[in-house]
Design a protein around this ligand. Structure first.
Ligand code: ADP
Ligand code: GLC
Length: 482
């Protein structure tokens, strides 16, 4: 049994902007069920605290630490510790962005303070009488923790997981000085990155082990195309770098019981799925049309996700007999062009800008085809959710998408292993060809049904990956001791 401190800036269902929250809200459950003593540490955002019955932590008997509240991850026995710091985290809304949609100007101070607190907790300096064996850090917001811990005697082992290398937490030299970090951290062998300070480098340089969220992305980030300037460092540390595929919470994401869904179905009751399609069409104000192929998109409207490829194709797609629903938010230039197209084709293309968990799940349950033409994708969860919900994913062959979708080529179709469609080039033409290929398959209902069923039968649970994390923790612990 290991004691694990899992540090993250978001965790579902308390606070979520993307897949990091889903992973943070499901991997610890799997690790706990393997018998480990795992605690999650998050910043105490007011909206998260409001959802979880948090109370002050008793430190030394009779006293309370002014810094931590504790609760449980809703519906589980997994403890969550929240760092109470109203100056830095007592703000409503998005955890990283202000009301103007821009990063909070004091993000470096906010997450540096969080990392210092995590370090104190990891060294058992807060009077909790609990010292973890492993500190598992996630993404740049936690990057300083392995660096700070590296200086400590008798420290826990550290693991740093990259969920997205494109977000690095880089700030100016002035900010570095303001944070009062050890001056020796200002070095290319530590936090300096081309004249700036990089939070993520704290994790990449100092963690005992580095992981990322799919084997393919672990390879891709060691090359110039996806390495975001850090490929040299990652190649240098490649013996310590591994890819562990994300799992999903199969209980929470279950079309037979999902409380967000107005109708339920499973692999043996696929005809009921038609009802979900009709409800989805209605929810988005599209005509109900059982036989018209319905395509969907859920996600951040940013270039990473290839939304520009789809925007580019809309004029051509609107000439085809199909419907498209889209839910997401992101760059305003994409939001504007999408709005333009829904006005021109209100019966074929429907759009919801913003974040809406219930609608996103209805989309998975009701759409025929789920589009994810990402330029790069560390893992991606939606393509797994869509397979589980009987939507056929159409994805670019990149990162975790390549690792989780089996293309409907002739061999896979014959063997009954196909679960989706993959395409290679990040161009509108390649995406269009793949959509045409999907539409041709849609015309063969028994083939379509077989692909749906293979996807729905797949096991994307955490069982295997959680075991791989346990092995990684053991390796990190071994490296720390040598
Ligand atoms: P990323 O973390 O890069 O955004 P993932 O595929 O790993 O991509 O995870 C995205 C998660 O966020 C999924 O659970 C997805 O359903 C959800 N999501 C993204 N955008 C929205 C939205 N506009 N409304 C509801 N859920 C969304
Ligand atoms: C990031 C990645 C996404 C991944 C998620 C969870 O947001 O963009 O691909 O699934 O983290 O690991």
């Amino acid at each position: 049994m290991m004691k694990i401190l899992f540090v993250t800036s978001e965790v579902y269902p308390l606070i979520k902007t993307g897949g990091l929250a889903d992973v943070s809200g499901s991997l610890p459950i799997a690790l706990k069920s393997l018998g480990h003593d795992i605690r999650i540490l998050i910043p105490g955002y007011p909206s998260a605290l409001a959802q979880g019955a948090f109370e002050w932590v008793e430190a030394i008997p009779g006293t309370k630490t002014p810094k931590l509240q504790k609760g449980l991850l809703p519906g589980t026995q997994v403890p969550v510790l929240a760092f109470i710091d109203d100056i830095h985290f007592g703000r409503p809304g998005n955890p990283y962005l202000g009301p103007d949609g821009l990063p909070w100007p004091d993000n470096a101070e906010r997450f540096s303070t969080f990392c210092h607190l995590a370090t104190d907790l990891a060294m058992d300096r807060l009077g909790l009488d609990w010292k973890p064996d492993i500190v598992h850090c996630n993404d740049w917001q936690t990057g300083l923790i392995p660096a700070l811990l590296n200086d400590e005697i008798n420290r826990p082992a550290t693991v740093f997981t990259i969920h997205n290398l494109a977000y690095q937490g880089t700030f100016s030299h002035d900010m570095f000085l303001k944070l009062r970090l050890p001056l020796r951290f200002w070095s290319p062998n530590a936090l300096e990155f081309y004249g700036q300070m990089s939070f993520i480098k704290g994790g990449l340089v100092f963690a005992d082990r580095i992981s990322t969220v799919s084997p393919t992305y672990a390879r891709e980030i060691q090359g110039a195309e996806f390495g975001c300037g850090l490929e040299g460092l990652l190649t240098h540390r490649s013996a310590k770098l591994s890819g562990i595929l994300n799992g999903i919470d199969m209980a929470d994401w279950n079309p037979a019981s999902d409380p967000y869904l107005p109708v339920h179905f499973d692999r043996e009751h696929l005809p009921q799925r038609q009802e979900a399609k009709a409800l989805l069409q209605t929810a988005f104000g599209l005509p109900i049309a059982a036989k018209t192929p319905l395509l969907a998109w859920v996600g951040r409207l940013v270039e990473q996700k290839g939304i520009d490829l789809l925007v580019d194709l809309l004029p051509r797609l609107m000439a085809l007999p199909l419907q498209i629903v889209l839910i997401g938010s992101g760059d305003s230039r994409f939001e504007q062009s999408l709005q333009h197209w829904t006005k021109l084709f209100p019966d074929k293309f429907a759009l919801r800008l913003g974040y809406d968990e219930a609608r996103a799940r209805l989309v998975e349950a009701g759409t025929d085809l789920f589009l994810m033409p990402s330029r790069f994708e560390p893992c991606g969860l939606n393509q797994m959710y869509s397979q589980r919900y009987g939507a056929i994913p159409l994805v670019r062959r990149a990162g975790g998408l390549a690792d989780t979708v089996v293309d409907a080529d002739a061999v896979a179709l014959k063997e009954g292993t196909a679960t989706g469609l993959l395409f290679k080039e990040a161009t509108p033409e390649a995406l269009y060809d793949a959509i045409e290929r999907a539409l041709a398959l849609y015309q063969k209902p028994s083939v379509w049904r077989a692909i749906q069923k293979s996807g729905m039968a797949r096991d994307f649970s955490w069982a295997l990956s959680a075991q791989q994390y346990v092995e990684l923790y053991a390796e990190a612990d071994h490296d720390r001791q040598t």
